[in-house]
Design a binder for this molecule. Structure first.
Ligand SMILES: Nc1ncnc2c1ncn2[C@@H]1O[C@H](COP(=O)(O)OP(=O)(O)OP(=O)(O)O)[C@@H](O)[C@H]1O
Length: 316
C-alpha cells in the first residue's frame, strides 16, 4: 500500500515557487530519506502534508485517504516537532499528556509512561523539560510524534545539533520504530545518516524530486564515470604522459608516491591498465573502484542542474 502519494505539488510564496511540481510515492513500511539544500523546500513539504500550511496546487493522499479527509490524514501522521519549542516549565510526562489531549490521543498515564520508556526516558517523566539536555529534548519530541500511534512519521532533522553518541541513539530509535512497522520520512543534512538508515531516498532540488531510489539505484544512475584507487610501487616514476598513452581520456590525481586516483569512462579499462602497469615494471597492490556515496550523488545532481549541463565533468 502507498503510505504517501504526492502529485504535482506546488507551493508559491508570492511569485516565487518553492515546490514546483513535486511528485513522490512512499510505500508502507519504508524508511524514506528526503534530502536537499537549505531552503530546498523540505519543511514546506512536510508542513503542507501535515496540514500546517496550504499548498498552491497539486494533490496528495496518505494510506488511502485523500486531502478531502484531512482530519483522517492528521490522525495517520505523527510529526516530530522542533525540540527547542517545547514548554520547558512542564514535566516531561505532563507535557506529553497535554499534547496527547490536544491531539485527541490517549493521555492515559500508563500509555505516557510506555511512550517515555520507548524513547529511553523511562525515569525522566517527572523531571522538568528545562533540566533536559538537548538530546533528551529530541527524544521527548520523538515521543510526542508517537502520540496516537500514527502509521506515518515525519522526522525533520531529528539528529541535527546532537553529539555523535546522542545522534546514534536517536538513529537506533528511528530504526527500531521502522522495524516495528512505522513508515518514516526522514530529512537530514547528514547524508551518511540517510545512506545508512533509509531504504529509499529522494533528492529535492529547485522544488522537484530530481532523483529517487535506493542507494544502489541512485549509484547506478549516477555512476557515469569510474574512479579507481590504484596502489602500487614503482622504481621508475609513473608520469601523467605515460598514463595518457595507456588510456588517453584518463584523469589523474596522485595521492601519495604509492597511490593515485584515476578516473575513466568504464570499468572495462581496468585489465589493460593493470597489465600496462605491470609491463612498465610496477608492482600493483590494488585497483579498487570507488563506490559513489549519497554525498557524491547529491553534489553531482545539484552541480549538473546549477551549471545547466547535462553531464557533470567529474574530472579530479
Ligand atoms: N512563510 C514564508 N514566506 C516566504 N517564504 C518562505 C516562507 N516559509 C519558507 N519560505 C521560503 O521557502 C523556501 C523553502 O524553505 P524550507 O524551510 O521549506 O526549506 P528546507 O528545505 O526545509 O530548508 P532547511 O534545510 O534549511 O530546513 C526558503 O527559501 C524559505 O525562505
Amino acid at each position: 500500500m502507498k503510505a504517501l502519494h504526492v502529485e504535482q505539488l506546488m507551493k508559491n510564496y508570492g511569485n516565487r515557487p518553492v515546490l514546483n511540481g513535486l511528485n513522490l510515492t512512499i510505500n508502507e513500511g519504508e524508511l524514506f530519506g528526503f534530502v536537499g539544500r537549505n531552503g530546498a523546500g523540505k519543511s514546506t513539504f512536510i508542513h503542507i502534508i501535515t496540514g500546517l500550511i496550504k499548498k498552491s496546487s497539486g494533490q496528495f493522499g496518505a494510506f488511502g485517504q485523500t486531502e478531502a479527509s484531512m482530519n483522517e490524514i492528521k490522525k495517520i501522521i505523527g510529526v516530530m516537532p522542533d525540540a527547542s519549542t517545547m514548554y520547558s516549565h512542564l514535566r516531561a510526562a505532563d507535557f506529553l499528556k497535554y499534547m496527547a489531549q490536544l491531539k485527541n490521543a490517549s493521555s492515559d498515564s500508563t500509555k505516557i509512561q510506555s511512550l517515555l520508556e520507548s524513547v529511553g526516558l523511562k525515569d525522566e517523566g517527572r523531571k522538568k523539560i528545562a533540566s533536559f539536555s538537548f538530546g533528551m529534548k529530541k527524544k521527548l519530541s520523538l515521543a510526542q510524534a508517537l502520540l496516537g500511534d500514527p502509521k506515518l512519521l515525519f522526522l525533520d532533522e531529528p539528529t541535527s545539533g546532537l553529539d555523535p553518541e546522542s545522534a546514534k541513539e536517536i538513529q537506533a530509535l528511528i530504526k527500531g520504530l521502522n522495524e516495528e512497522g512505522k513508515t518514516i520520512l526522514l530529512t537530514s543534512h547528514n547524508l551518511n545518516e540517510i545512506e545508512k538508515l533509509c531504504h529509499r531516498m529522494a533528492i529535492l532540488h529547485q522544488g522537484r524530486v530530481e532523483r529517487v531510489g535506493s542507494l544502489e539505484e541512485l549509484q547506478k544512475e549516477a555512476n557515469r564515470r569510474v574512479t579507481l584507487n590504484v596502489s602500487y610501487v614503482s622504481a621508475e616514476p609513473i608520469t601523467e604522459n605515460w598514463l595518457h598513452e595507456v588510456i588517453p581520456e584518463l584523469t589523474i590525481q596522485q595521492l601519495t608516491e604509492k597511490e593515485m586516483l584515476l578516473e575513466t569512462d568504464t570499468i572495462e579499462r581496468v585489465p589493460h591498465l593493470t597489465s600496462s602497469l605491470v609491463k612498465f615494471g610496477a608492482s600493483v597492490y590494488g585497483v579498487t573502484p570507488k563506490t559513489l556515496t549519497l554525498e557524491d550523488i547529491f553534489f553531482q545532481e545539484s552541480d549538473d542542474k546549477d551549471t545547466g549541463t547535462e553531464q557533470k565533468d567529474t574530472r579530479l
